[in-house]
Design a protein around this ligand. Structure first.
Ligand SMILES: *Cc1c(COP(=O)(O)O)cnc(C)c1O
Length: 252
């Protein structure tokens, strides 16, 4: 992985510049390095470059890379790493997610939340009083049919859409071992910047609405922004950016 240290530095600088443009503290923004399709050794190189948050979009890949990294680090170093599952989860994969994910970014239906709660009880993680799995509800604000997530394409006009999302958030909160961390969204990859900005802005406003409608113990966070749009996402309030290619180059 030649040049990874330089690329990580460059991404951190771009995050800091975007945050500065809107008067935000860059320390409030988590860089999730998306290692999907890269071999486990790449994650080790990324760790050596100082990265501590890793994102995988498939539960099987997470289940392969996390133990690999842990077997190459001492316990304290391994504990400094947070593993984010960022992709839609199929219901038969929830046991893998419940075992290996520290944060789940792509909850698109309640069935998955119920299964995760069950699996966390079964694998024993939920018995740790300090443990909760933060869950981002994925919202489809753009209306792109290829995007998964709760349908929030017309949430400003359609009280039914916000109602479904609010009920889903309330249900997740009620499940043992789970908490609602915030909302996750993806912008269309080929849309003009102003359209992308509008999608991120509307997601932030949706989170604010949810925050005021529900009694939540924590401020809702926003997982939005990837290689091509993370600066816009930060200007619009992202707390977690999920960046792959800007750090690792084109995927193999
Ligand atoms: C692959 C992926 C990313 C990272 O994409 P890049 O364009 O490589 O930064 C972010 N989020 C999700 C959900 C992904 O699947």
């Amino acid at each position: 992985m030649d040049g990874i240290v330089e690329r990580v530095t460059a991404v951190h600088q771009r995050i800091a510049s975007a945050a500065a443009r809107v008067g935000r503290d860059p320390a409030q923004i988590t860089l999730v390095a998306v290692t999907k399709t890269w071999p486990p050794e790449t994650v080790l190189a990324a760790y050596a470059a100082g990265l501590r948050h890793f994102g995988e979009n498939r539960a099987e890949e997470l289940a392969e890379k996390r133990p690999y990294l842990e077997s190459h680090l001492d316990t304290k170093s391994a504990k400094s790493v947070t593993w984010h599952l960022i992709g839609t989860l199929q219901s038969r994969k929830t046991p893998l997610a419940a075992t290996h994910a520290d944060v789940f970014h792509a909850l698109d239906r309640l069935k998955i939340a119920h299964r995760l709660a069950r699996d966390l009880a079964e694998n024993g993680r939920a018995t740790n009083p300090d443990f909760t799995l933060p869950i981002f509800l994925e919202v489809n604000v753009s209306g792109e049919s290829s995007k998964s997530g709760f349908d929030c394409t017309r949430w400003e006009e359609d009280g039914g859409q916000t109602g479904v999302l609010r009920a889903a958030a309330a249900e997740v909160i009620s499940l043992p071992g789970l908490m609602v961390a915030g909302l996750m969204t993806m912008a269309p990859w080929d849309a003009p910047p102003e359209e992308i900005r509008a999608i991120f802005r509307r997601t932030r406003q949706l989170a604010a609405r949810l925050q005021s409608d529900l009694t939540l113990p924590n401020p809702l966070q926003l997982s939005m922004g990837m290689t091509d749009d993370f600066e816009i996402a930060i200007e619009e309030g992202a707390t977690h950016v999920r960046v792959g290619r800007a750090i690792f180059g084109e995927r193999p």
